[in-house]
Design a protein. Structure first.
Length: 415
């Protein structure tokens, strides 16, 4: 199938931070060549592993973030390897890298060197680093959780109990936020190249992205001078409110957040509460006035306590379906693996089976965050084994012969 990035050649010097950007390009139809050290990208060694046995070709996290790519191993500490990468960059439409600032310039592989006089004028060169290419923090090193803390995101994430530490999102959230901004930059640069014929340099700092991704916390502090509090299962807020991540009668949990309670919704909710015997004082005529019940919901405890009792007296599936039929956006909390069998996803044609010979079966992957025929985004194949395409690309793309390959192996340039 086609895709929005079909026909593009992407060269990716990747680690855990920017590999997802390459996946998005690959899922959109681009050919993505990943350059790895001889022992493999650090992303291959982060785990979890198949059967908990560390193996560069059996890392589940790597499998998810690198679908459809090709793998070339090069020891970039050696000049012949740098020359090979330079030749690939000369053919590329996009180059992705996440090395420490100054690393590429030391090898004369920075944007100015590869796109200057006689270079690849159309190259879009995207650097994703912890703090960008300049500034007093540019040489600092961070992990994903530390980015979410320093950037402010974590301050709004966690439980309502102030004695409990804030929490970081898992799955490389800060890195994925950085990759999303890289992709926006690349896509805009590709549009620009259509008219100018010239590439661009894109400098994305993960810290910058985290600092701008704090939702309402920063603008609320700037305008009102109020700090947001963490809220269990909810957006951070300037006022502490009881948790709405509530246990159900069948031992599950429901996210019982209410955006509004109009007359129709309110009366249906009261009927449900009557059935369960938890209505309490909410039949008082004053609550028929929407401003009164809205104020009580936001500032009081009567409605929230009744909702908590209602959920505790109902099964999770009942809470989800009945609330949704009333126009209330409640949701039961599912384990990730429970989504595989949902009829909703099946009808949406959401899953794509990707074959993995290593384990003798296919793994269902998400199609992508949205469905769009023209974009054609979906996994194009499994993640590559370490160095799986080294010889193929060096011979077919760069024209090396067997003797040249043997020389590179003997010199420790390739595996």
């Amino acid at each position: 199938m086609g895709g929005v990035y079909e026909g593009l050649l992407v060269v990716e010097l990747a680690d855990c931070r920017n590999q997802w950007a390459g996946k998005l390009l690959s899922d959109g139809g681009a050919r993505v060549i990943q350059i790895e050290p001889l022992k493999g990208s650090p992303a291959r060694w982060c785990g979890p592993f198949v059967k908990d046995k560390p193996d560069a070709n059996h890392c589940l996290d790597y499998w998810f973030n690198n679908t459809g790519k090709q793998s070339v191993t090069l020891d970039l500490a050696r000049k012949p390897a740098q020359d090979l990468l330079r030749q690939l960059m000369a053919r590329a439409d996009v180059f992705l890298e996440s090395t420490r600032p100054g690393t590429m310039a030391a090898m004369q592989l920075d944007y100015a060197s590869v796109s200057g006089s006689g270079g690849n004028k159309g190259l879009i060169y995207a650097s994703l680093t912890d703090f960008g290419q300049d500034g007093p923090w540019r040489d600092y090193a961070m992990n994903d959780s530390a980015h979410l803390a320093l950037g402010g995101t974590m301050a709004s994430s966690g439980y309502s109990d102030p004695t409990v530490s804030p929490m970081a999102g898992k799955g490389g959230q800060a890195w994925h936020m950085g990759c999303a901004m890289v992709m926006h930059g690349i896509t805009v640069a590709l549009y620009g190249r259509m008219s100018s014929g010239e590439g661009q340099y894109i400098d994305v700092g993960i810290h910058d992205v985290c600092a701008m991704g704090t939702e309402a916390a920063v603008p609320h502090w700037m305008y009102f001078g109020e700090t947001f509090y963490r809220q269990t299962g909810m957006h951070a807020n300037a006022k502490r409110v009881p948790p709405l991540e509530l246990p159900t009668a069948d031992g599950k949990y429901v996210m019982a957040v209410n955006q509004g309670l109009n007359d129709r919704t309110w009366n249906q909710l009261l009927d449900w509460m009557d059935e369960k015997g938890v209505t309490g004082e909410l039949r008082d005529p004053k609550f028929q006035q929407e401003p009164v019940r809205t104020a009580e919901y936001r500032q009081g405890t009567l409605i929230r306590d009744a909702i908590r009792k209602l959920v505790a007296a109902s099964n999770a599936e009942e809470c989800f379906l009945r609330a949704q039929n009333m126009g209330i956006s409640w949701a039961m909390i599912r384990a990730a693996e429970e989504n595989y069998d949902l009829e909703h996803y099946k009808q949406r044609d959401y899953w794509r089976d990707v074959e993995y010979p290593q384990i003798g079966r296919a793994i269902p992957y998400p199609r992508g965050p949205f469905a769009c025929d023209d974009l054609g985004n979906e996994p194009r194949g499994r993640a590559p084994n370490l160095g799986e395409h080294t010889r193929q690309i060096l011979t077919q793309d760069l024209g090396l012969n067997d003797a040249a390959l043997s020389t590179l192996v003997a010199a420790g340039v390739i595996a």
